[in-house]
Design a protein around this ligand. Sequence first.
Ligand SMILES: *[C@@H]1O[C@H](CO)[C@@H](O)[C@H](O)[C@H]1NC(C)=O
Ligand SMILES: *[C@@H]1O[C@H](CO)[C@@H](O)[C@H](O)[C@H]1NC(C)=O
Ligand SMILES: *[C@@H]1O[C@H](CO)[C@@H](O)[C@H](O)[C@H]1NC(C)=O
Ligand SMILES: *[C@@H]1O[C@H](CO)[C@@H](O)[C@H](O)[C@H]1NC(C)=O
Ligand SMILES: *[C@@H]1O[C@H](CO)[C@@H](O)[C@H](O)[C@H]1NC(C)=O
Ligand SMILES: [Zn+2]
Ligand SMILES: [Zn+2]
Length: 455
Amino acid sequence: MLCVTWKHVFTVILLYSTCASGQEGYFWHITDHHYDTTYWSEMRSCNDEVPVRGIYGDYWCDSPWRLVNDSINAMANINRNVDFILWTGDNVAHIADQYTNETYVVHILRSITDALKAAFPGVKVYATMGNHDWYPSDQFPVDSHSLYNATADLWKDWIGDTNQVENFRKGAYYTVKTTQGLRIIGLNTNLYYTSDKLTTDMTDPAGQFAWLEEVLKNAKTAGEKVLMTAHVPPGFHVPGKVQWFYNHYNTRFLDISRTFSDIIVGMFFGHDHADGFKLLQRHGGSPGVPIFMAPSITPWRFKIPDESGDPHNPAIRLVKYNQQTGVLLDIHQYYMNLTDSNRNNASDWKIEYKASEEYGQTDLSAVSVDNIIKAFKTDKSLLDKYIRYNTVLANGDTTVNACDEKCRAEYNCAFINMNEISFDSCYTTLVGGSARLCSSSFLIVLLAIIYYVLF
Ligand SMILES: *[C@@H]1O[C@H](CO)[C@@H](O)[C@H](O)[C@H]1NC(C)=O
Ligand SMILES: *[C@@H]1O[C@H](CO)[C@@H](O)[C@H](O)[C@H]1NC(C)=O
Ligand SMILES: *[C@@H]1O[C@H](CO)[C@@H](O)[C@H](O)[C@H]1NC(C)=O
Ligand SMILES: *[C@@H]1O[C@H](CO)[C@@H](O)[C@H](O)[C@H]1NC(C)=O
Ligand SMILES: *[C@@H]1O[C@H](CO)[C@@H](O)[C@H](O)[C@H]1NC(C)=O
Ligand SMILES: [Zn+2]
Ligand SMILES: [Zn+2]
């Protein structure tokens, strides 16, 4: 009798541990809300256009509150049962510094923090600051600051650990462990952004690199797997070939990440507004760490004389992952057709794509992302899909059709080449000859300036 009982107990333990080792879970990744409080009044983010201004927003403007709140309600309706939420910043609109101040920035952060807490009670949100979540915009300091403190106070329940809240006060970075044991590292990569004039000549602003190396070393010793999250991504944004990080920070960030590529299973960023991914390779070229940029909530397109950016449909991203290994199993990308929603006076959030189906992979591990990137080189229609998703299906096929051979070469090179030398060498090989590169360099510099000013 006793024997049978023990057998039962062992069977239960065995079943439980088998299930526990490969449990699927979900988390949301949301980014770049850019809430414009003046949408219905001064329209400060609207590029001096005279937009029609639908109730959910306009492609020329940043988000009205209704869009911000509706996107959060949509998340809760689609899946309120997530393990956590990654929120990668840029909550303040593209508004000149003369119209903002510290109190205003905190007000915006608090509005969205409160809405997330109300819609997802008990769910941890691992939030990071975006370059616009500062006053003056982009100028993140390397010392204690009242705005770091105010943000730490808004997010301390989510961070949940006194030491880590203290780290946040030093420079808006921290680390936490999920209930299932994955390590999340939230970074302030705005410190490496070329628009931050306070950090130009430093080596390790706010001591974040040294801290990161220490955290990764300890994680490795403890046998943990790591997800990293921040606002501004390393490498290049294409088309246009814009490197957001200062060179020396780009190099250091990638070096550290490469050193620990055996334990970092994924990185999650915003800032691009476009949907995209990249792959950090190990020394020798084997697949290292997949890097995912989620598309923005804001539909806003930049505009300067003679040049305007692509519009985007508002987007929210549900990620399916392995709770123990952290490996991404799928991306379920949802979006709102802004034109339709405004016309019908009702939001219609629906699925845009499931990455596994679209790209024919069983998961989104480094190896699978490497397979996709290799397939892009020979399968034009697959790259067309990627470019269409880039703008979240806004603009019909205009963007895809406008992407010529040079534009495609930029895409194909930016997936794995994250420094100038390797990117240029890849590009030269693909478009055949450096002459073209020289003639287009003026345009590239111009585009870079445009991006620096606007994002
Ligand atoms: C957000 O939307 C929810 C659900 O419609 C509503 O109850 C709530 O009042 C809204 N919040 C704000 C601040 O508008
Ligand atoms: C801060 O900015 C907001 C929004 O422009 C404005 O209403 C408020 O008066 C400003 N506060 C201060 C102290 O300047
Ligand atoms: C930020 O908060 C810490 C801890 O509460 C405090 O010691 C520090 O003086 C504050 N910094 C600023 C600039 O307010
Ligand atoms: C969005 O809605 C507009 C207006 O109904 C339609 O023309 C367009 O094709 C839709 N876009 C997508 C991606 O469904
Ligand atoms: C649009 O919908 C909102 C609520 O979602 C409602 O308050 C408003 O009256 C509607 N407007 C029209 C023109 O139907
Ligand atoms: Zn942004
Ligand atoms: Zn940004």
